[in-house]
Ligand binder design. Structure first.
Ligand SMILES: Nc1ncnc2c1ncn2[C@@H]1O[C@H](COP(=O)(O)OP(=O)(O)OP(=O)(O)O)[C@@H](O)[C@H]1O
Length: 914
């Protein structure tokens, strides 16, 4: 891809990408510019390159890359490659290029990308809102179908092993999730049947190749039909161009179709029933040394396939017949021929071959002799006469292979048909979403008829892709209401004309050659050389006698014509037709229904290429009625290992897949676009006045663009559209201003840092000074503290304090003594009281005795007076005294004493006393 940036953007000191034969692109710094020659210092070497081989590198490329390539500041090959690689290294395998999803095969399971909640997450999210993902593409297709009421198509392409089938499965899963019905019945839903038909198709249509251990050897278009409510109502699987030659020809280290190996690894009763055994004993399998695969357990796969066959409605009897036919093909391959008794005749080589022939007849349920004859004889009808012609051994072997191929291809077509019937189609469906999983562009050392057809498919799809991308681009311009003129793009119509024009195209000439019995691949090649000698897309390679080269959009491919004629003939040998049509196995005979009389007599040739061309035409018609979405799968390495990203390999695929062409087309118009806000954020530095708030977004953008002096750009409704290289030019200016600004900032920062440093130093010195002063003061204080005057003051103050303490103690002891004395006095008083009371008792007892013996009545009054008197001295309970006296004196005197006591008490209390 040519550089999109004028070399004037590259100056000494710029970081650039330069072409490298090994790594495709390497980066380095421009050291010298000498006219067209630029000297670049790369990591490991210094390169002198032409300016056209140098591209600027985005200095602001985000370390995690960008999710959409159109957001790259520089849309060129190295930029695209750098972005894919850096994302791949982070296990981000999906990236957008506008609406195209690029999927890089990780060759390892990445569960985080397909977690259970992921489908829920992508439901209804706008494209680009979440990380790029096949679910996002499927969701966008589904929503567009619902909102715009248009059928959709998702075209998945890429070379073999790039991950098309895996991506297709994810797309189908998502569509089943969105449009599937909640199924409470035992019966499986349409979407379940579609998903579960995969193992059957893979068993019979996939094989191990050098490029992929599970390579689909056919193209597939799965049409999912929806009703008006967006629910899946039916589905159909259409297949394209199964690689028939693989049935009889396998090159090392590839394998034949998986089903052959599975059957050989089936449970022993099945193996015995079909008279099979070690796969190495069969010619159709042992041409290659690769029999077993590490990644595939054939015996397990056999059981899986049978289970899947049950699911898609292939009954036990049909399964029996299918595997009987498969086993028959293996035995057929072991029938070898040798020269017969008649001249130019062939017959089975030995007993072993005869035994295999017998087994084939048993398995195909046909007559053994008719089978043998159909392989070694041909009936030629000329002028109403039938002549039987014997075939030589090599032609007989070719006839045997032709029988094997036709039986296998009819079997495969039957399986597809059966799956379609089982799934059920909805002829009333409103819309469909088709998922196309088709082989990518192929260019090998030897390219035969298959590559020719595959590359024709890719040319057709590329034309469709170009028109669509181109259309999308121009629709965006219309939507944004910008002025634009027609953009040139490489139209591959001339290649398509070269191949399929009628009359005169390569396919027409091939069909013509196939109709003439005398034609050979040499005569066919000569015809091509003559017809297209001046065609700019056709080359006759030097020294080649029968090869031809076509300059495809994705590169030149040289084809070997050797087997073109043979591979193009689609006719079933009438002998084979008659033999198998008469088979007692109804399944096999149904594969070869009787041919209508007219068509058997018709001189028209049934050719594979023409049939395929028609199929493609129908496919393209279907696609044109849909809104296409693209998934481009990329294989990062040929070792089929994780973590390896081979730049050259990836670039080649991006070119062939039209990704770089899509970028180129977008570069022809206004390749770089930014929404107003982003544009202002990035480039307002070129006109800082736009930030003062007085401009709206459009005026601000225009102001910036005017100030930068660019021309040819467009300002749309929401975005600024820039011509190729203009974004880079704006970036260069931005970098210049940023450079100047950086210097100013550096200056300011440096002075600020110096000032800060100075302040810190000053503060530190003050602190040190203060600390030092503090130390000095402490020393002085210590000196003073220890001086004599100070000690004297201390002594006095101690003395003063001691005296004060002594005084306090003294007063305390005095008051304690006083307290003690008072207490003693009280104690003595109490004691005296007790003594008086004792005395009183004595007196009282004495008085009582005296009254008893003496003049009792006179004594009463006297004793009462005494009592009163004593009671003055010793206050006591008169009542208790009188009680005790009455016990001594008897009742009468006691009453009198009592009364005198009461009156005395009253007298004491101040009451009236007698
Ligand atoms: N997204 C993925 N995650 C993990 N592994 C993947 C992914 N895509 C592809 N692969 C691996 O790569 C292998 C090849 O992928 P796939 O069969 O889809 O390729 P293809 O493009 O369909 O090839 P072919 O054209 O030969 O059929 C798969 O078997 C799988 O191991």
């Amino acid at each position: 891809m040519a550089s999109q940036v004028a070399p004037s953007n590259i100056v000494v000191g710029s970081i650039v990408w330069v072409e490298d034969p090994e790594a495709a692109w390497i980066d380095g710094e421009v050291k010298k510019i000498d006219g067209e020659e630029i000297t670049i210092k790369c990591k490991e070497k210094t390169v002198v390159a032409k300016a056209s081989n140098v591209n600027p590198k985005d200095p602001e490329f985000p370390s995690s890359g960008v999710e959409d390539m159109t957001r790259l500041a520089y849309l060129h090959e190295p930029g695209v490659l750098q972005n894919l690689k850096c994302r791949f290294d982070m296990n981000e395998i999906y990236t957008y290029t506008a609406n195209i999803l690029i999927a890089v095969n990780p060759f390892q399971r990445l569960p985080h990308l397909y977690a259970n909640n992921m489908m829920e997450k992508y439901k209804g999210a706008a494209l680009g809102e979440l990380s790029p993902h096949p679910f996002a593409i499927a969701d966008s297709a589904y929503r567009q179908m619902i909102t715009e009421q248009i059928s959709q198509a998702i075209l998945v392409s890429g070379e073999s092993g790039a991950g098309k089938t895996e991506s297709t499965k994810m797309l189908m899963q998502y569509l089943a999730f969105m449009g599937g019905k909640v199924n409470n019945t035992e019966e499986r839903s349409v979407e379940q049947k579609v998903l579960e038909s995969n193992p059957v198709l893979e068993a019979f249509g996939n094989a191990k190749t050098v490029r992929n251990n599970n390579s689909s050897r056919f193209g597939k278009f799965v049409e999912i039909q929806f009703n008006e409510w967006g629910r899946i109502s039916g589905a159909a699987i259409r297949t394209y161009l199964l690689e028939r030659s693989r049935v009889c020809q396998v090159s090392d280290p590839e394998r034949n179709y998986h089903c052959f190996y599975m059957l050989c690894a089936a449970p022993s009763e099945d193996v015995e029933k079909y008279k099979l055994g070690n796969p190495r004993t069969f010619h159709y399998l042992n041409q290659s040394n690769c029999i077993e695969l590490d990644v595939l357990d054939d015996s397990k796969e056999y059981l899986e396939t049978r289970r899947a066959m049950d699911v898609v409605g292939i009954n036990q009897a049909e399964q029996e017949s299918i595997f009987r036919v498969v086993a028959g093909i293996l035995h057929l391959g072991n029938v070898e021929f040798t020269k017969g008794k008649e001249t130019d005749a062939a017959e089975p080589k030995d007993d072993k071959s005869r035994l295999h022939l017998k087994t084939v007849a048993e398995l195909f349920m046909c007559d053994e002799k008719s089978l043998g004859d159909s392989l070694v004889k041909r009936v030629i009808v000329t002028r109403g006469e039938s002549i039987t012609k014997a075939l030589d051994p090599s032609t007989a072997a070719l006839s045997r292979d032709a029988l094997a191929k036709i039986v296998y291809s009819k079997l495969f077509d039957w399986l597809v048909e059966k799956i379609n019937i089982s799934i059920g189609q909805d002829s009333e469906s409103k819309f469909l979403i088709g998922v196309l999983d088709i082989y990518g562009f192929e260019s090998f050392k030897t390219n035969s008829f298959e590559q020719f057809c595959i590359n024709l498919t890719n040319e057709k799809l590329q034309q469709h892709f170009n028109q669509h991308v181109f259309k999308m681009e121009q629709e965006e311009y219309k939507k944004e209401k910008i002025d634009w003129s027609y953009i040139e793009f490489v139209d591959n119509q001339d290649i398509l004309d070269l191949i399929e024009k009628k009359p005169g195209g390569i396919i027409a000439l091939l069909d013509e050659a196939c109709m003439f019995p005398r034609s050979t691949h040499e005569t066919f090649a000569q015809k091509l050389y003559q017809t297209f000698k001046d065609h700019k897309r056709f080359i006759k390679p030097k020294l080649a006698r029968t090869d031809f080269t076509i300059c495809h959009y994705a590169g030149d491919v040289t084809y070997q014509t050797d087997l073109f004629l043979e591979k193009n003939k689609d006719l079933v040998v009438p002998e084979h037709q008659a033999l198998l049509g008469a088979s007692r196995c109804s399944f096999l005979s149904s594969l070869f229904p009787p041919v209508p009389q007219e068509s058997s007599k018709s001189s028209k040739l049934s050719s594979i290429a023409s049939g395929f061309k028609l199929q493609l035409q129908t496919l393209l018609e279907t696609l044109s009625a849909t809104e296409p979405h693209y998934v481009r799968c990329v294989k990062p390495n040929n070792a089929l290992k994780p973590g390896i990203f081979e730049n050259n390999n990836v670039l080649q695929q991006l070119r062939c897949g039209g990704v770089l062409e899509a970028i180129r087309i977008s570069c022809a118009g206004f390749p770089s676009r930014k929404i107003f806000r982003e544009f202002i954020d990035r480039f307002s530095i070129l006109a800082p006045e736009v930030l003062n708030g007085s401009y709206n977004e459009v005026t601000a953008c225009k102001k910036i663009l005017e100030k930068s002096g660019l021309s040819g750009y467009q300002v749309g409704k929401t975005k600024v559209f820039l011509r190729a290289g203009q974004m880079a030019e704006l970036d260069t200016r931005r970098s210049e201003i940023l450079g100047v600004s950086a210097k100013v900032i550096q200056k300011k920062v440096r002075s600020y840092l110096s000032y800060k440093h100075f302040k810190l130093l000053r503060l530190s010195s003050i602190t040190i000074q203060a600390f030092y002063r503090g130390q000095v003061a402490r020393h002085q204080y210590e000196r003073v503290r220890r001086s004599a005057a100070c000690l004297k003051i201390q002594k006095h103050s101690r003395k003063f304090l001691a005296r004060k303490a002594y005084k306090n103690l003294y007063f305390s002891s005095v008051s304690i003594q006083a307290g003690i004395r008072g207490m003693n006095a009280r104690k003595q008083l109490l004691f005296k009281k007790q003594e008086f009371s004792f005395l009183f008792n004595e007196v009282l007892s004495w008085l009582c005795c005296a009254s008893w013996f003496g003049k009792r009545n006179n004594v009463f009054a006297m004793s009462g007076c005494y009592l009163c008197y004593i009671n003055i001295l010793i206050p006591c309970d008169f009542m208790s005294v009188t009680e005790s006296m009455s016990s001594i004196l008897g009742e009468p005197p006691l009453l009198k004493v009592k009364e005198s006591c009461i009156s005395h008490t009253m007298c004491l209390e101040g009451k009236n006393c007698t």
